[in-house]
Design a protein around this ligand. Sequence first.
Ligand SMILES: Cc1ncc(COP(=O)(O)O)c(C=O)c1O
Length: 386
Amino acid sequence: MAFDISRRLVLTGAVGATVACATACTTTQTAAAEAAFPANAPSADPDPELLGPRGGVALLSRNENPYGPAPSALKMIEYAGKKGAYYPDIAGAKLAEMIAERHGVTPDMIAITTGSGEALSAIALIYGQKGPIVAPRLFWDTTALYAVNLGMAEIDRVALAPDMSTDLAAIEAKVTTDTGLVQLCNPNNPTGLVADPVALKAAVVRMSKLTTVLVDEAYMELADDPEGNTCIGLVKAGHNVIVSRTFSKIYGMAGIRVGYTISSPETAAKIQSTAMSWISGVGLAAAIGSYNDTAFLDFSKGKIVEGRKMVITTLDALDLEYLPSQTNFVYFKSGKPANDVAKAMKDRGIYIRGQYMDYTDWTRVSMGKIEDIERFCKALPEVVGA
Ligand SMILES: Cc1ncc(COP(=O)(O)O)c(C=O)c1O
């Protein structure tokens, strides 16, 4: 059955007629509800620890952007909350139009999901059934593992190059028409490395003639040259490529859960129809509010680069090896078991990542609030015994 994406998007979105009129109407409704249910009227702030890090914790383990959401998103969240009684109407279509316009594609090439993770899980289910998912040994594998755990995919991991970059030649050597999917992550997580754009695009084009290639660009907006590195141009040129992006990273909306893919219209329809839920109106409204908020995006990138410099200065001073990150995290070799380093940091209220696979003494620290990165930098010499 052909999937009518415009109908699907009509079911998922909603900015309604005008925000001003809508706000006035909902204010009346809210006042009526508060009069009828005075005990439910907001009286105090909720528990400040209900969401986000507990007091005193420097949360540097999950690649979030604590400077978000943007004020432009928060304004729309308030509006959307008041409209929460209604299933979203046209907001999905509106957001798809905005994304399509930015990237010079048509709205039917966009699938919008509950975080990019939902799209990536759908992709793993769709393509994993056809054959192995070929991927670098280290990548963000959560969604491929989702399909593996359901018995619907296998991951064929390819060793990293000696410099820990994705070994494109070795990956390409594995790919045949029986490959279900090639999954790349650029910049990669947890390494933070950006692939050489010329080599990457040439390899992706060749591999996409044999199978579908997914390029997860969750961190691309944080790279030094997003335009030069993105594979969206390959989608536009008609290659069998899917690019995923998210509002969880530079937009600082990890808790609000909106992501999207760019692909051919047929593939977008498949992803959208395989996704398991409808996106919340609050998420769509927040994404619409901040998608083109360049002042906020520049501010966030500035804070991330500032934090990265602080971490690198500390690592240099301690003479510790690290990878040149173009993301909001740094992968470094502490020389100690990564889980012990994470535990020692946690004892100091600083949360960082533990070990990945058998990379025993490599540790990942995410950027966060500058004062939290300061705490990490101060604690590191003691933790690594320098
Ligand atoms: C590389 C990469 N892709 C995708 C995701 C999923 O993010 P979300 O589902 O919040 O969009 C993450 C989360 O950390 C990630 O690191």
